[in-house]
Design a protein around this ligand. Structure first.
Ligand code: COA
Length: 151
């Protein structure tokens, strides 16, 4: 599988394929959400938004970012915002290929640390990141429930 899969920079034409994968994974379509995300990704470092293609079909994607990039002096912390693989092609090393390519390009550009946020009960993602060597970070997630606020 690995050999036939091509990792390349995401193009705006990949939007329908990404929406389809997301719908397969989450069960509901979010076209507007992805349209906005992909538009924003045009302003990110190009090597931080990648897709995996098999025989011309996009089967996975990864979106990353590094703040400060636009000034040519990237921060030394990169972010993986989202990663998704078509369920038909999961557990075949696609996300690993995408993440390795992203990590390589982050590293080449001076990034020293990569962070990501995962829902505590999203076992697939947790196990995937664990297998890539990610560990629990230093930040704490804070939330304010507005239903219980008089402000
Ligand atoms: C998490 C996800 C990206 C993994 O993609 P993948 O291509 O199947 O992952 P890989 O095959 O590269 O997995 C690499 C390693 O991660 C671990 N891993 C990945 N998925 C796992 C799972 N479901 N259970 C246990 N371990 C898992 C394994 O160690 C695996 O190596 P192995 O197969 O040799 O054991 C994929 O399951 C996914 O897209 N999930 C939905 C994520 C999501 O909600 N994204 C936002 C909306 S699209």
């Amino acid at each position: 599988m690995g050999k036939k899969v091509k990792i390349r920079i995401l193009k705006s034409e990949d939007l329908p394929a990404i929406i389809e994968i997301d719908q397969k994974v989450l069960g509901k379509p979010r076209p507007e959400y992805w349209r906005r995300k992909i538009e924003v990704s045009e302003f990110r470092p190009p090597l931080a938004s990648l897709v995996a293609e098999l025989e011309g079909k996009v089967i996975g994607f990864i979106l990353g970012d590094v703040s400060g990039w636009e000034f040519g002096v990237p921060d030394d912390t990169g972010v993986i915002e989202t990663v998704g693989v078509d369920p038909t092609f999961q557990r075949q090393g696609i996300a690993r290929l995408l993440a390795e390519e992203l990590i390589r390009s982050f590293k080449l550009n001076g990034v020293k640390k990569i962070s990501t946020l995962v829902e505590w009960d999203d076992w697939d993602l947790l196990q995937f990141f664990h297998s890539m060597g990610f560990k629990r970070g230093e930040r704490i997630n804070l939330e304010l429930d507005l239903d219980n606020q008089d402000i």
